[in-house]
Design a protein around this ligand. Sequence first.
Ligand SMILES: Cc1cc2nc3c(=O)[nH]c(=O)nc-3n(C[C@H](O)[C@H](O)[C@H](O)COP(=O)(O)OP(=O)(O)OC[C@H]3O[C@@H](n4cnc5c(N)ncnc54)[C@H](O)[C@@H]3O)c2cc1C
Length: 415
Amino acid sequence: MHIAIVGAGIVGIQTAHALLDDGHAVTLIDPDGLGQRTSRGNAGGIVHTDILPLASPKMWREIPRWLVDPLGPFAIRPTYMLSILPWLFRFVRASTPAQVERSTQALIGLNGSSLAAWERRLRKLGLEQKHLRRLGYACIFAEQRQFDAALPALKRQEKLGYELELLSDHAAVKRLEPALGPAAVAGVNYPAGVSVDDPASVTMALGEEAIARGARLVRDHVLSVRPTATGVETGLSSGQTIASDVAVIAAGAWSRPLCKLFGDEVPLDTERGYNLTLPKGSLGLSRMILFEGQGFVITPLDIGDRIGGAVEFGGLSLPPNYKRVDAMLGRAKRFLPDARFEGGTRWMGFRPSLPDTLPVISPASKSDRIIYAFGHAHHGLTQSAITGEIVGALVGRRSPPLDIEPFDVRRFRTR
Ligand SMILES: Cc1cc2nc3c(=O)[nH]c(=O)nc-3n(C[C@H](O)[C@H](O)[C@H](O)COP(=O)(O)OP(=O)(O)OC[C@H]3O[C@@H](n4cnc5c(N)ncnc54)[C@H](O)[C@@H]3O)c2cc1C
């Protein structure tokens, strides 16, 4: 078959590979070319051990404290307050214990399969050594109560077979990462954690490989996608039309208006995120560190030390507020007393986020010629390879590699 993929971010590109594996002809359509939006600047972690949804009672305990600080890790731009209210309302509804458990189960399935899917893809292409960094990652706590509160989830991760080492005091944290100062009172180390060399480099390499394998790249903006009796017609802003058998919507944070074309009202919004990439070695860390409750992570990438995070609700068109980067930097300094914080490049990206922390990976509700693959929020790099495999199975009418009912677009109909 011929499959048109709208969006050439990491999700669209990984999907292209899965479809090429099955012998399909693939056209990737993106006005910006390969991987130029959110996928190029993320923190680079393949966080396969992450099992907890963002929407949770824990989050609600933290949010009031964060919201009073306009540069805190979770912020709403004043002019976007009204627009984001319905999303936030659904976010609260997704934070009931029953829904948190459903989302956790879904994340265990998806994230739990994510690293193996990445390894399969990169191994097949001979790119594993070049792009995967098997350095482990660790999560750090600034307060003992946060560490104590995390223990049940850590026990659950252990039961699921994830290797982890509790760092129950600062001395244990310091033995693992000597650069971390006394503000890091406890932590947990995941020795099998993996990150990438640089999200831009791995996304571009995968995109170029897809083209080398026969995928076509069309640099244009998709205006319309229309299922017909025999296939799908995709209309571009140049006036050209692309005919295919199936179309995949992988347009990240920009997918919502496309879903509307098929009658699917999806509560997709964006959690804007920021980062600063400092010269390599500035921060003295040897692995990715997630700072629990602080809203940022640090990853030593091949291209530099990246401090990334923050959640800002401000839609797709407001300009960035780089004061958030300065705020993140201020918080990072507390943990890294001897680091060098000079220079660096700032960036903002648009996480495609749904209120229940789960992506949409399913056929459109009214046409199985349209397949959705978007909404991966904080986990898009992690979940991209397994998402591609799921879409491959849906197109090929095979059983998907895991239960995909939690990712069905129809879940939003009843809420
Ligand atoms: C600060 C930050 C840190 C992050 N850290 C991590 C991390 O460590 N690990 C992790 O797993 N995830 C992380 N993420 C999340 C991850 O980056 C995203 O989930 C992921 O990049 C989404 O990929 P995507 O392909 O869906 O979207 P994108 O990369 O945004 O791609 C969507 C593409 O669709 C195109 N498009 C849009 N509309 C149209 C149209 N009408 N026609 C044609 N093309 C269109 C766009 O041009 C774009 O190229 C982070 C995100 C941020 C912001």
